[in-house]
Structure formats: structure tokens, C-alpha cells
Design a protein around this ligand. Structure first.
Ligand code: ZN
Length: 308
């Protein structure tokens, strides 16, 4: 069993309008945009990152906005809901804030003893805010006060036809089964970064998803550095997973593989981080391009949707 993985690193989803996406995550949720760049594999599309002050691993929600994308259809074999931690006792205030900002599907429930506010993002993406004591420092620069601000991720919720192979994989990655209720099993990694949990929700009768705006594209797990990442890569290869070579994403190093249930997993390094090419005080303000796409800057600045 591996011990290098320390929880989630980031969650990456698809969106339609970059402007609407940016407004929701910065104004309604109060996250900081920590990077405005492009999809390194398809530079005509933005890659927008939102998180805490530094874009700490375990706090970073990222989007590829395709202006004309149709909304995705949920199904099994994907991440169905992404959850953030908020302070205990803030559900009512969050319900009001989300409704005031036009979020749809705002409702509450309880899972494994924790109160949650459920809501949809601008493209129907499913989110939860989970009440929990959490020592992580929130970003408060976008008008959400420290006593209610988002602390980072709580968990991601994988919706699967059956949990078998994926539960085995999580255990191999260092996760432990910590609770089970109805069709939901919760796994958590010990000594994680706070974004420690993965829920598997089993829905045998559901169909395959059609990916589109609002769908989660992949979830990334955090490892400290490139040495730990290579250890994980070797172990996954030895177990029979098809894992990509290590890819330089400028702000982290990435490897990708698909789980038995169909979800795309990434393992991303905590190094070098989002302040490698910008002052912390100005993270996310300017369009940053990876060196291989810098020659496209003039065209991209003309064609990418201006974010106001
Ligand atoms: Zn990623």
C-alpha cells in the first residue's frame, strides 16, 4: 500500500462561459482566481484555477471553459459531486448567499453526520459545502468573511456502477474505508492535506455520462514532490495500470491513468506551485502562457473571451 498521496490536489471540470464561471467562483463562492492560463494541450481554451491565497494543493478547482459547450449529462463512471469545507454553523448563511447569487438546486442534507449545503454551479455542476472544523486558512479577499469562507476541498464523490475495482484502487493508493451508509462508502487518507475524503456512490442502474459543461473532467491527488510521484507511478505500472509519462504543467508535474470505474485520475506534485511565475499579491490577474505557446499570445489575447 502506498503512503505518498496526501489527499486531493485539484479538481478539473468543463464549463461554457468563462465569464460566468469566473464570476461564480470568485463572487459567489469567494475563492481566489490563482491562475489564468490556457489548456496546455489545446491552447485556444482557457484553463482557470480558483483556490485559496496560494492555490494550495487541496483547494484548487479548475475549469476548461468552452464557450459553446452543451451541458453534460450525468451518469456512472465519473465524479458526480465535489465538496468543499466550510465552518460549522454556516449552512444557513451559505444557503442565503448562494440563492442571492442565483445558484440553482440549493438544499441541505446530512451525510455521515456532517451538515451539507448542496447546490449547482453555473453549468449544472454538482457541489456541496460541508460543515467541519478545519484549520486551513481561507482566502477572504473576495468579500466572504473568515467566519464562513471556504477552507478547501472536503471530498469528491465518484458515481460508479459497482465499487469493486475502484475501492481496491483507493486502498492501494493509501485510503482507508472509514464509513458506509446505504449506497455510499467513504474513504479517507491518513495524514492528508485536509481534502482527505473520497466517497463512492454506487448506482447500478445508471447509464454512462455524456461529458459537457458542468462535468468533472478529472480529479488530481497530491504528492509532495517528483520523487514521490515516480514511486507512485512505478507502483501503478507494476499493478497493471496504464499511466502516462510525467508531464510538465508549469505549476505542478502530472501523471494520468483511468480507474476501473472509468474516472480519470491524475497524480500531481505540490511543487513548484502557482507563485512560480507571478507575485503572490497578483496571482491570476494576467494571462500566463506556457513557453511552448507564448508565440500564440497575440492571437489568444484577441480570441479568448475577455474576463471582466
Ligand atoms: Zn489536472
Amino acid at each position: 500500500m502506498l503512503n505518498q498521496i496526501k489527499g486531493l490536489h485539484h479538481v478539473t471540470s468543463l464549463a461554457s462561459s468563462a465569464n460566468r464561471n469566473n464570476a461564480f467562483f470568485t463572487n459567489a463562492l469567494g475563492l481566489r482566481r490563482v491562475k489564468k492560463t490556457v489548456n496546455f494541450d489545446a491552447p485556444d481554451v482557457y484553463h482557470l484555477y480558483y483556490g485559496d491565497e496560494h492555490g494550495s494543493p487541496g483547494s484548487v478547482m479548475t475549469y476548461f471553459p468552452f464557450p459553446r459547450a452543451a451541458q453534460g449529462t450525468p451518469g456512472v463512471g465519473e465524479v458526480g459531486r465535489t465538496a468543499f469545507v466550510v465552518p460549522v454553523g454556516t449552512s444557513a448563511a451559505w444557503q442565503k448567499r448562494l440563492s442571492d447569487h442565483g445558484a440553482s438546486g440549493v438544499t441541505t442534507d446530512t451525510r455521515f453526520g456532517e451538515s451539507r449545503v448542496l447546490f449547482n454551479g453555473p453549468d449544472g455542476d454538482a457541489f456541496a459545502l460541508v460543515e467541519r472544523d478545519d484549520g486551513r486558512t481561507p482566502w477572504t479577499g473576495n468579500g466572504v468573511s473568515e467566519d464562513m469562507a471556504i477552507r478547501g476541498f472536503h471530498s469528491a464523490d465518484m458515481r460508479l456502477q459497482d465499487e469493486g475495482g475502484s475501492a481496491e484502487l483507493l486502498k492501494f493508493m493509501g485510503y482507508e474505508e472509514i464509513d458506509r451508509s446505504g449506497n455510499v462508502t467513504r474513504f479517507a487518507v491518513p495524514h492528508g492535506n485536509g481534502a482527505d475524503a473520497i466517497d463512492i456512490e454506487t448506482i447500478p442502474s445508471a447509464g454512462r455520462p455524456r461529458q459537457g459543461a458542468g462535468s468533472v473532467h478529472h480529479i488530481a491527488f497530491a504528492v509532495e514532490n517528483r520523487a514521490r510521484q515516480l514511486e507512485v507511478r512505478e507502483a501503478l505500472l507494476d499493478t497493471g495500470y496504464q499511466v502516462t509519462p510525467v508531464i510538465d504543467r508549469d505549476y505542478f508535474w502530472a501523471i494520468y491513468f483511468r480507474t476501473p470505474g472509468g474516472v480519470l485520475f491524475e497524480i500531481a506534485t505540490n511543487e513548484p506551485g502557482f507563485d512560480r511565475d507571478e507575485d503572490t499579491a497578483h496571482l491570476g490577474e494576467a494571462l500566463r502562457l506556457p513557453s511552448q505557446h507564448e508565440h500564440l499570445r497575440a492571437r489568444l489575447e484577441r480570441t479568448l473571451e475577455p474576463i471582466t
